[in-house]
Structures are given as structure tokens and as C-alpha cells.
Design a protein around this ligand. Structure first.
Ligand code: GP9
Ligand code: MN
Length: 629
């Protein structure tokens, strides 16, 4: 079939090495959960099937070109894997195309990125090194011009393997490609490379969606929202903060697990704990962000829509017509602004803020930022609040002012003199440092309250504080398990850790702890109702949090959800109180009866998330008249 001297062809060596490397990465560097033997099997064969397909293409080239093709596709493939690894270390997620176009953010990541690259990463390119050396030394011997018959058989084999892999995946996870939310499932079943191709297809589809949309879709969606998710709001709380300033504080990476908790016997957030005693505190409030992190949380509270399943709406759809909180507040004579000492283009904020109607953005140029008063991502929170007070004092009243803190951001760096609590002691440096920056932020917020009181602003305002999203990804399972004193880090625990504090402080009111489940989509209707602005003419996916009649489920962006009684995630239905696994849904090992309780919500949640995507991708609000009553 081929010349005698040919031993094992280079493309097979490359496929084996690259397949093995990818498998090791899947298994040990990505945190992919494997629930049964079939999933393990698919995860094992997929890297080899994929690598074989890409490298077998080389046999169609002339001998010299084969070597080039193999060398460079190996290098590019390895770089793709590596970029995903680095990204995954920070976000426990895979790269999507919209994120790649946010290069300007990547440049700003600075210290964060360096912390994600390790010197032993060079080992991840061993396969490339070996193949390049082999190609240089024995290239001629390891390639040949293959016969037609050989080519046909080899290529047919690669196609058969691909189809086989896909069939197994589809049996394991029916409708794999239709259910697009869960990137981990895609990577687990079809592999990283086909996932990227699939993502590219989705990307162009969502781009085309705006062009093709004509508004007809909106009628059905608007009806759904009006009937199912938009309510009048609590009468008791309607207008209780009418005419007051609203100070909204977005607390970077703050999760609920530190609230009212101790570390080495010391309270982590003493000020917030005391504030909660005189505020409305929602203890089962979930963030609903996805890849857009802080910007997603901003998007959700401003619009009561879900963020995009891929990329950040702030980047991908910043020019859409929205009916946002600042716009509505502006119509009600509020002066609206954002205060955040970072580069104005980060997360494309300047463009988006302008579009959704903020009157002013106090970005880093509004602050005196020096080496002494900055750490990690920029201006320290204490200096940020201090320097912001004069701006608040001069703002036309009533105002809505959104503060976004910065210090409690990965990698949670802090100057020694600012640390007032020890580091934790675990295998996760990230978690260890987290407690210190959380405590620092707690103190910064305390100072802020002092300023507000000293200046008298406090009496004319309500203050709302919210954690934007998680800070500790499930890359730190082991350390988290230890800190929380749990035997196992289950998917249930992961969902429960997506709770972030939500505190509504109304001076003069005692407040209380509210345990009913809640989410970031509920913030916009809640604020509107407190200010006495009718929210039932709006279209939202959330409901006023003071309304007892509100929605009984919170949807997370990956299709997981929480109801009063259950937590559903990754095909598993859990009891919300006890965390007991009730059953599995939709997998090969179906045990649907026991999980029946979660079933009615699964479709509901998917449907709702799809509606939200349609609104955003189709820019559908441009067809809606919000002024008509
Ligand atoms: C950047 C800050 C952090 O300005 O809001 O963003 P994040 O990385 O948390 O999305
Ligand atoms: Mn953030």
C-alpha cells in the first residue's frame, strides 16, 4: 500500500499523541463531571476520533505538504486547547466566539492572566515538540503518497468514527445540539473542537436573527411576559421610597456563603451582618450571570432579561433597543449615573450606558488613581467611596447612582496593611485570599455608610447592595468543601453557592430576612415598585420581590433552576432543603419518576430563556411601544 520504509505514518503518530494529550486535559484540567461509564467512554474516545479526523486529512496532500499540514494543525490545535485551559482556570467555562471579539477586555486583565499561566504548562506542548522533531528528522520516512484505495478507506474510517461518536453522544444526551446552554455537555460529548465549530454556527445564526426578525415573534413573547412574569408588585411597598435617591452598590464577587459566617473564629463581614439586621435581606437570592460576569449582572438588573448564553450582551448587542431601568427612571425625573473607577470601555460600558440612558458615567478619569491607592484591578474600594462622596453631593436629586466595587476581584490581591483578617489555610490560594478582600470590601462599605450619614445623604436615600456573581469558581472544590465542612462537592452545592447577598436598606425601617427564592431578574421590578413607578406596563422576566404572589422559580442561565422545593441542575433533581438527590432526567440511565417533581419546570425554564434570547438576538423591543398602556 505504501513504500516499505514507512513505519507508522506521521499522521497516526500525531493523532495518537494529540488525542492522548486532549484526553488528559479533559480528564484532569477541565472539571468535567462524569456521571456514568458511558460518559467516561465517550470522553475517552472523542479526543482520538477527533484528532484522527483532522490529521487523516493530511494524506490528501503531497508528501511535503503533509508534514507542514500536520505540524501546523498540531500547533494550532494545541494553542486552542491551551487558551481554553487558561480561560477555564479563571471562569470554569469554555471560550466562545463573542468572547474572542472582546480583546480589549483581555488586555485589561493584566495581573489576572499572569496568575493563570504556570511554568509547567510547557508540558502541554510536548506532543507538538515530539511531532516537530520527528518531522524534521524522519519526515520523509514517515510520510508517503498514499494510494487511492488507502485514502478512501482511511477517510471512510474517520467518518464512521465521527458518526459513531455522535450517535453515542446523542443517545447519552438526546437533543444535544438543540439544547445549547450547557457548554460542558457539548465539550464532554462532541469535544472541544466541534464545540468551537458549533459555537461559530450559533454565532452567525444569532447575527442573522436580527436581520430576519420582523416583530411577529414579539406578540407571543410579550403575551407570555405580561401574563406569566410581569406583575403589578406589592401594594404595601408600592411607592414607599418615592422621590428618594437610590444608591445601588454592586459588590464585586461577593457570595452569600461568607455572610453571617466566620473564618478561624472571626466574622468575615461584620458590617454587612449588622446592616442586615436593619434591612430587608434576601438570603436565597441567586445571581444569573453567564460569561459577561459583572456586565451580565448589570444587564440583568437594568433590563430584567436574561444575559446571553454566550459572550456578553454588553458587547454583542449594545446597540439594541432596550427599555432599561435608567431610561425609565430618567422619564421619572431621576438623574442616573454609574460610578466605577475602571477604563470606560471595559465591558463596552461607555457604549451600552449611553444607549440605555445613563446621564453620566464616572469612570477612572473621574478619580485620582495612584500607585499608592490602587491594588489588583485599580482604585481601592475605600478610596473609591471616599472620592465618590463629592460627586454624590453635587448630583441633582433625586438620583439613581450605581456604584461598582473592584477590590474583591480575582486574584484577590490586597496590600498587607489593608488586611484585617488572616488568610484561610487550604490548597486554594484564591479562596485563602478571598476572605481578606471580602473583609476589606466590608470595611469600605461601612466607611461609605458613615460618609452617607455624615453628609445627610443617608436620610434621603435608599441603599441597595448586591453581590454581582460568584467569586470562587468550582475549580476550588476541595478548599470550598473543607471550608464549608461538606463531605462532597455536589452539583447541588454548586447551585447553592450561586447565591449572592441582596440587601435593601430603607433608613427608618427595621427590615427582615426574606427566605423565599429570588434572582437578579427581580431587581428591576422591585426598584420600580419601591419608587412607585408602575412596572406592569414594562416587560420583564422578574417580579417584585416584596410581592408574595411572585414567580416560584429562579432560572439560571445554564438551564438549572431553583423552585421553592427543588433544585435542578445537570439533569439532576434535588430536594432544595436537604440536598437529597431525587432522581435523574434525560440521561441514558433514566429514572424519571423520582425526578418527576422537577419536570414541569424544565421546559418552562428553557422556554423562558429562549424567549429572552429571541428578544436580544432579534432586537425585538424595537418593535414594541412601551408607552401604550
Ligand atoms: C471591571 C469589573 C470586573 O470593570 O467590573 O468585571 P468582572 O471581571 O467581574 O466581570
Ligand atoms: Mn464582577
Amino acid at each position: 500500500m505504501f513504500k516499505k520504509k514507512l513505519q507508522m505514518p506521521l499522521y497516526i503518530i500525531a493523532a495518537l499523541l494529540f488525542g492522548l494529550k486532549t484526553y488528559i486535559v479533559y480528564r484532569f484540567l477541565f472539571n468535567i463531571s462524569l456521571e456514568n461509564g458511558m460518559q467516561e467512554f465517550i470522553l475517552f474516545i472523542n479526543p482520538f476520533v477527533t484528532a484522527y479526523f483532522f490529521f487523516v486529512l493530511s494524506i490528501f496532500f503531497k508528501q511535503r505538504r503533509q508534514i507542514k499540514y500536520i505540524k501546523y494543525s498540531m500547533l494550532i490545535g494545541s494553542l486552542i486547547v491551551y487558551f481554553n485551559i487558561v480561560f477555564y482556570r479563571n471562569f470554569t467555562d469554555f471560550i466562545t466566539i463573542p468572547l474572542l471579539f472582546q480583546g480589549s477586555n483581555a488586555a485589561d486583565l493584566g495581573s489576572s492572566v499572569l496568575g493563570l499561566i504556570k511554568y509547567w504548562d510547557i508540558a502541554l506542548f510536548l506532543d507538538v515538540i515530539i511531532v516537530w522533531i520527528l518531522a524534521k528528522k524522519y519526515g520523509e520516512q514517515l510520510t508517503t503518497s498514499f494510494t487511492k484505495r488507502y485514502k478512501r478507506i482511511a477517510f471512510a474510517l474517520s467518518l464512521a468514527l465521527l458518526v459513531g461518536n455522535y450517535a453515542l453522544a446523542e443517545a447519552e444526551r438526546p437533543q444535544l445540539l438543540q439544547r445549547t446552554f450547557d457548554r460542558e455537555y457539548l465539550v464532554k460529548n462532541i469535544g472541544l473542537f466541534y464545540y468551537h465549530i458549533y459555537d461559530a454556527v450559533l454565532h452567525s445564526k444569532s447575527k442573522a436573527q436580527r436581520v430576519l426578525a420582523d416583530g411577529n415573534e414579539l406578540a407571543e413573547i410579550a403575551d407570555y411576559m405580561k401574563e406569566e412574569t410581569t406583575t403589578k408588585g406589592s401594594e404595601e411597598f408600592h411607592g414607599i421610597a418615592e422621590g428618594k435617591n437610590v444608591i445601588f452598590v454592586s459588590l464585586e464577587s461577593l457570595q452569600s456563603f461568607v455572610i453571617d459566617n466566620t473564618m478561624n473564629g472571626e466574622e468575615v463581614t461584620p458590617f454587612l451582618n449588622s446592616l442586615i439586621d436593619e434591612s430587608y435581606y434576601f438570603e436565597n437570592f441567586y445571581h444569573q450571570t453567564e460569561q459577561g460576569k459583572t456586565s451580565d449582572s448589570e444587564f440583568i438588573i437594568e433590563n430584567s432579561l436574561y444575559p446571553s448564553p454566550r459572550g456578553a450582551v454588553y458587547f454583542t448587542h449594545a446597540q439594541n433597543d432596550f427599555h432599561s431601568l435608567p431610561e425609565i427612571l430618567g422619564e421619572n425625573d431621576y438623574y442616573t449615573s454609574v460610578l466605577h473607577p475602571n477604563n470606560k470601555s471595559f465591558w463596552n460600558r461607555d457604549v451600552m450606558y449611553d444607549n440605555i440612558g445613563y446621564d453620566h458615567f464616572y469612570d477612572d478619569t473621574a478619580y485620582d488613581v495612584t500607585d499608592e491607592n490602587s491594588v489588583g484591578w485599580g482604585l481601592k474600594d475605600k478610596d473609591f467611596f471616599e472620592q465618590s462622596i463629592p460627586y454624590l453631593e453635587e448630583m441633582p436629586q433625586p438620583y439613581y447612582a450605581k456604584f461598582i466595587t473592584l477590590t474583591n476581584h480575582y486574584p484577590f490581591d490586597l496590600d498587607e496593611e489593608d488586611a484585617t483578617i488572616d488568610q484561610y489555610d487550604s490548597n486554594s490560594n484564591t479562596l485563602n485570599k478571598y476572605f481578606q478582600t471580602v473583609r476589606y470590601m466590608d470595611e469600605a462599605v461601612e466607611d461609605f455608610f458613615d460618609y452617607l450619614k455624615e453628609t445627610g445623604i443617608y436620610d434621603d436615600s435608599i441603599i441597595i447592595l448586591m453581590g454581582d456573581h460568584y467569586g470562587i469558581s468550582d475549580f476550588h472544590k476541595k478548599a470550598m468543601k473543607m471550608y464549608l465542612d461538606e463531605d462532597e462537592y455536589t452539583d447541588y452545592l454548586h447551585v447553592q453557592l450561586q447565591r449572592v447577598p441582596f440587601i435593601v436598606h430603607i433608613p427608618g425601617q427595621e427590615g427582615k430576612v426574606i427566605s423565599k427564592i429570588a434572582g437578579q431578574v427581580d431587581v428591576k421590578p422591585t426598584i420600580l415598585n419601591l419608587l412607585g413607578i408602575d412596572s406592569d406596563t414594562d416587560l420583564s422576566f422578574g417580579t417584585d420581590l416584596f410581592d408574595d404572589e411572585r414567580k416560584d422559580y429562579v432560572a439560571l442561565r445554564d438551564g438549572s433552576f431553583i423552585t421553592d422545593d427543588y433544585v435542578y441542575t445537570k439533569d439532576q433533581c434535588y430536594d432544595r432543603e436537604t440536598g437529597e438527590l431525587l432522581g435523574l432526567i434525560n440521561t441514558a440511565t433514566d429514572d424519571e419518576d423520582e425526578a418527576a417533581a422537577c419536570k414541569p419546570y424544565i421546559e418552562k425554564v428553557e422556554n423562558e430563556l429562549n424567549y429572552s434570547d429571541q428578544i436580544i438576538f432579534g432586537d425585538l423591543f424595537r418593535f414594541y411601544d412601551f408607552d401604550k398602556k
